[in-house]
Design a protein around this ligand. Sequence first.
Ligand code: ADP
Length: 495
Amino acid sequence: MSKPLSILFVSSEVVPFAKTGGLADVSGALPQMIREMGHDIRIIMPKFAAVSDRRFKIHDIKRLTDMPIKVGEKSILGSVKSSFLTNIKTKVQVYFLANDELYNRADLYVDPKTKDGWPDNDERFIFFCRGVIETILRLGWKPDILHLNDWQTGLIAALLKTEYAKEPLFKNTKIIFTVHNAAYQGVFPKESFDKTGLPPSAFKMDGLEFHGQANFLKAGLMYSDVITTVSETYAKEVRTSEEFGFGLEGVFKKRAKHTVGLLNGMDTSIWHPATDTMIPKQYSHEDLSGKVENKKALCEHFKLPFNETIPVIGIVSRLVDQKGFDLIQEQIAGILGENLQLVILGTGEQRYEEFFVKTAKKHPKKLGVHIGFDENLAHLIEAGSDMFLMPSKYEPCGLNQMYSLQYGTLPIVRATGGLADTVVDLDEKPKSGNGFVFTQYSAAELLKTIKRSLAAFKNKTTWTAAMQRAMKSDFSWSSSANRYIELYKSLFKKK
Ligand code: ADP
């Protein structure tokens, strides 16, 4: 089949409109790449508060105004607005499902005051899923592929395979469901299931029932035609144990034949040291001289004394358990006892925020901490650090290690998920290594690996060679996007 496909890409966050993590990066980059390949791909997401009408030149779509959408007994009005994702080569249409009461809030998923999910997250995403289907029906646009992402979109698969099973518009539509993180599942009480409007038969083991509750991620897993995870290693890990599958390992196992691991790419129009306008000095693998300017600026930003020979280790991350902060916390004295400087940018669990702020006050010359979400500083950390630390407990794909490689900032990682698929240990493979890798999730292993990286840093020749090798590796979206297209097409070949 060589005719262009029509694809609706459904995601709750998309760069540059709204972002909490890697899902947004993927949702901003992959559709543009697919569009460049000649397919009719459009995106739909909720119109969160961050999606500013003025900044993004958003306009109304008259015939999609005030659509009644059923959530339990209620009928809630939703309106679709539109804008474009543009780059030099292409334009991708983006639809926003708007309802101010549901989405015009200080954060996408979490109440900043309580740090818990919004109490009506079930209704917010039932509304979104039903709203997406309603939008397609009203547009009368027949997507060949519905590409769903994460739990916020899972109900769409269940609704299409039950309530809308006989809808002619969807007769040939295939559903692909991408899991960016199996830990976030959207689990709600049985009453929430009743609000979905799904037939009672869907509340079963082979449906979205999960220990007596409704699991929206499971809906996506059970009712989609194919599942993808964002790296090959993660596709295998999620079916092995609860540590990775978070109670859904059995479901992943059951659907193993229909699951494919496809590594994310990175958006090199945003993340490339030779063209990055967010950093003080551009550089490339051919001319690394600018990197030290960025290191200087980074040290200045964090008020750390600058010394070219002292390695700076950077962290940009959500401050949550998943990312290995328990190991860093446990080992902080050992880490700061070494000849290094550590800079951390992140937000997340209060206990980590407090711990790192407190520790930075005690060690102002060694540790710099910025609590917050800051794109510019994230770029400066990638460009100015010598190493990047990412000792994740699990990591579906991970983008920051790829950004780090691109910026010649050697990653120190634990071998899990996408980290295992992208970082090669320099001591183990001196000719092909691009970072430092440890396997056992322990604070002792973490420190040992940091020490290995410090020792390697001293040998300027081999270090520079590893930097250049890292910077030359290709993690751009084009090859991953091609694999998605092949996968979409394969769904029409079967049967
Ligand atoms: P995850 O999706 O699990 O958070 P990824 O590594 O896949 O992890 O993607 C994280 C993305 O979010 C990266 O683009 C990273 O730079 C960005 N990011 C995370 N925390 C912050 C922060 N505090 N400030 C700026 N960017 C951040």
